[in-house]
Design a protein around this ligand. Structure first.
Ligand code: PEP
Ligand code: CO
Length: 452
């Protein structure tokens, strides 16, 4: 039975309960910022989002593989040339390794150019006898523990939008200028690549890919088209609904509304209530969208999300990002796959092996273990294969820097090493070497699993 839904408008979510929104002191100041945001040029175009939707439809059919990654929370201070290029470098290196592993084009979705708003488990944080609002990302307030820094400031939304534009402008220029040319992977070398125990394996893959490219071009006279240089799409958690609404608009010559602040907005696990404001907002978007699914998602919940957010089964429209945890994935993923198969709808499945594997050290640092991240991924590949489908992609929190936030991996970061260079204000990220290592290991697995 098809249930008629009330009319959707970019602000129809306002009649529902919106979780995880900051409390601003001045409604007028906030409204003025939202008006200004609405008047600024968009960051992306509808052509690009439609192109991404088509690529995600291919990924859902097993013809492409998605690499989604970046910081848990971007910081305004990350809007610097070296941080941006290092992030691109690691994503390019990983995608080269994955192309080699899965023999498919890789779609790169950067958690960047707008990943500035964070959901928090508690609205308030207490230290000693002082209680202040929690840090909710640079779009909202600042991490320092003073009343002034924790006060939500609507002007930050404008600063975030501007930084997203600056970040994207630099990324686009680098890509168009040849930085991402597959013929020149040496442009992506990071200073530590030579020291790493993984360096030889990475080099061998680089050589094989560049040789195959030359063979295709010189010997076969084939130009590998999109393979020769690669593109990036942007994504962020569309959490702050007034910010997202401000750039939600119609475009000429197309039907529907697009959120033009990013190609791929996703709904976080904490805001995926089918009756809540986030789901209402996402319902009317023409962008490809993602939903994070945790172990607590029930059959009824998932079916309602499919019904509301994926009513016409449009290819590429919906990506489900499961984040179940290394010790829970065998219990829950077959169940989720079953529910979706029973609905008859096509989705792209991505595994986020980060958010179900967060733990605290004895000294109170949030961390993740490399073995558990890899363990969840390996199980994800196997469970999808048993179900007769395939995993369409992977989702990581990572950085191109040499941080010590997750333990394990070939370079041997131990729990005792974590304080040495722990920089995240929110979730722990894979550092450059751990990110490259996880790509090498899953590429190996994909090759081994390949049917003869
Ligand atoms: C995140 O991706 O940073 C996040 C908060 O994820 P989840 O909604 O899956 O907890
Ligand atoms: Co996170």
């Amino acid at each position: 039975m098809v249930v008629a839904r009330p009319e959707w408008t970019p602000d129809s979510w306002q009649s529902k309960v919106a979780l995880q929104q900051p409390n601003y002191r001045s409604a007028e100041a906030l409204a003025a910022v939202v008006r200004e945001l609405s008047s600024l040029p968009p960051l992306v175009t509808s052509w690009e989002t439609i192109a991404l939707k088509q690529q995600l439809a291919d990924a859902a059919r097993g013809q492409r593989f998605v690499l989604q990654g970046g910081d848990c929370a971007e910081r305004f201070s990350d809007c610097s040339p070296s941080t941006i290029t290092n992030k691109l470098k690691i994503l390019l290196q990983m995608s080269l390794v994955l192309i080699h592993g899965c023999r498919k084009p890789v779609v790169r979705l950067g958690r960047f150019a707008g990943q500035y708003s964070k959901p928090r488990s508690d609205d308030l944080e207490s230290r000693g006898n002082v209680t202040l609002p929690s840090y909710r990302g640079d779009n909202i307030n600042q991490p320092g523990f003073t009343a002034a820094e924790r006060e939500p400031d609507p002007q930050l939304l404008l600063r975030g939008y501007e930084r997203a534009a600056l970040t994207l402008n630099f990324i686009r220029s680098l890509v168009r200028g040849g930085f991402a040319d597959l013929h020149h992977p040496e442009y992506w070398d990071l200073p530590f690549v030579h020291k790493s125990p993984l360096s030889a394996e990475y080099r061998a893959i680089v050589n094989r890919v560049t040789e195959s490219l030359r063979f295709m071009e010189n010997v076969l006279g084939v130009h590998p088209g999109e393979m020769q240089w690669v593109d990036f799409f942007t994504c962020h958690e569309a959490l702050h609904l007034l910010y997202e609404q401000a750039q939600t608009q119609r475009v000429p010559h197309r039907t529907g509304f697009f959120n033009l602040s990013t190609h791929f907005p996703w709904i976080g696990m904490r805001t995926a209530d089918p009756d809540g404001a986030h789901v209402e907002y996402f319902r009317g978007l023409s962008n490809p969208i993602g939903i994070k699914l945790g172990p607590s998602v029930t059959r009824d919940h998932l079916l309602r999300l499919l019904d509301i957010l994926h009513p016409t089964d449009e290819p590429g429209r919906l990506t489900l990002i499961h984040r179940l945890g290394c010790d829970k994935i065998t219990e829950h993923l077959p169940r989720l796959l079953d529910i979706v198969a029973g609905s008859g709808k096509r989705v792209a499945w991505i595994c986020d092996p980060m958010h179900g594997n967060t733990r605290m050290t004895a000294s109170g640092l949030k961390t993740r273990r490399f073995e558990e991240i890899l363990g969840e991924l390996e199980q994800a590949f196997d469970i999808h294969a048993v179900g007769g489908g395939s995993l369409a992609g992977v989702h990581f929190e990572l950085t191109g820097e040499d941080v010590t936030e997750c333990s394990g991996g070939a370079s041997g970061v131990t729990e005792a090493d974590l304080p040495a260079n722990y920089r995240s204000e929110v979730d722990p990220r894979l550092n450059y070497e751990q990110a490259l290592e996880v790509a090498l290991l899953i590429a190996r697995k994909m090759r081994a699993d390949e049917k003869p």
